[in-house]
Design a protein around this ligand. Structure first.
Ligand code: MRU
Length: 368
């Protein structure tokens, strides 16, 4: 996708194949800074400190982290033990997005530990690159399927603007390209459908304000930033035609964990008969669990993210300001779970299905 009319992916490898480049997503939209990841510990830190974030991108970063780990293994007596240790370290960087565990396990499963290290390095690189390219393809397909839903609404509205609400950033910055929730939006825009996006600011880290608004603006998609609490009001007044969000982990029964506040949007959508769609690559489905509320680990983050807000000051500096008494205790739950009953449909790379075991089974029979 585009930044100042130049096409970028959210992650890429240097030409000497020794450094992984990513954007420091903590600084958008005020500063565009590229960060170098040169070893597997850098990859761990990039995920943990949210230099990169968004479930699919976290997965791809970890996959490249595993490749970098193979480059570090030259002086290791037991390469397999070393790589398994690095894998556990990477997997521990964030708890909720299952793409992280999925990507690390996939790279490991594609390595032949009985061959020489050079081959292992090549296999890890091929695996990480494949996961990256597949993600682009998958998001594009999600976009094609989601586009059909937007087209249906546009037809019903006879060309009137289609208003879409989204939460957090499930855009190209959260993936490699296209995004998940944003892929149908970009495809609809490119097709000339009149769309407008309500962008939830998404406290505490403001991924909506900082990232989604930036992306949509760069692509020329009409959008309006709203406070996290505005969605219900807009829905009551017929100003939202559909909600599309992403997810960090989805159960085999269709429960969906996404950025904190998603559940409240789903409740409001349900109360107002607004369709609530969740766009996801199948790498986000945790096929081993059934009850999202009970079984999905919810990240608990630093209270400072709630107590301080980051932005650009009048002096053009990125600064953090305290918004409560210094001593106020704060709780920072990163995600919540939207039960399947509140999800109208899931949009996947294989098509659109009910958010239920039966629905997912119809698209992914091999998993059941
Ligand atoms: O904490 P973050 O910024 O990593 O959370 C990201 C989200 O919740 C996204 O909506 C989700 O990962 C889907 S991204 C395609």
């Amino acid at each position: 996708m585009k930044i100042h009319d130049t096409h970028y992916h959210s992650i890429w490898l240097s030409s000497d194949q020794k450094t992984v480049h990513v954007f420091d997503q903590r600084l958008f939209p005020h500063e565009i800074k590229i960060v170098d990841i040169t070893n597997s510990e850098d990859a761990y830190v990039a995920i943990k400190e949210m230099i990169v974030r968004g479930a699919p991108l976290i997965g791809v970063t970890a996959a490249f982290g595993m490749y970098l780990a193979t480059l570090e293994a030259t002086d290791k007596r037991n390469v397999k033990t070393f790589l398994l240790e690095r894998a556990e370290r990477l997997k521990s960087s964030r708890p909720t997005a299952v793409n992280l565990m999925w990507a690390v396990d996939r790279v490991l499963s594609e390595l032949d530990f009985y061959t020489e290290l050079k081959n292992i390095q090549q296999q890890a690189l091929a695996s990480a690159e494949k996961i990256k390219l597949e993600d682009i393809e998958i998001c594009s397909k999600i976009g094609d399927y989601g586009l059909q839903l937007i087209e249906e609404i546009a037809q019903k509205k006879e060309g009137e603007t289609v208003n879409i609400l989204t939460h957090c950033n499930a855009g190209w910055l959260a993936t490699i390209d296209w995004g998940t929730a944003t892929a149908p939006i970009y495809k609809a825009h490119d097709k000339g459908i009149d769309i407008h996006v309500w962008v939830d600011e998404t406290r505490p880290r403001n991924q909506g304000a900082n990232l989604t608004a930036f992306e949509l603006g760069q692509h020329g998609v009409k959008h309006t930033l709203i406070t996290d609490n505005a969605g219900g009001h807009l829905m009551q007044h017929g100003l939202v035609d559909m909600v599309i969000v992403g997810t960090d982990r989805t159960t085999r029964t269709g429960d969906v964990a996404n950025k904190i506040g998603t559940y409240l949007k789903a409740l409001a959508a349900n109360d107002n008969n607004v369709p609530f769609y969740v766009a996801l690559p199948s790498s986000t489905i945790d096929w081993t669990i059934e009850n999202g509320v009970k079984e999905i680990p919810i990240e608990l983050r630093s209270e400072n993210e709630v107590k301080y807000v980051q932005g650009k000051s009048k002096n053009n500096k990125i600064e953090q300001v305290l918004i409560c008494p210094e001593s106020t205790p704060a709780a920072n739950y990163g995600f919540d779970v939207t039960p399947a009953r509140l999800v109208t449909k899931l949009i996947t790379e294989r098509g659109i299905c009910d958010a239920s075991e039966k629905g997912l089974q119809s698209l992914f029979p091999e998993k059941f």
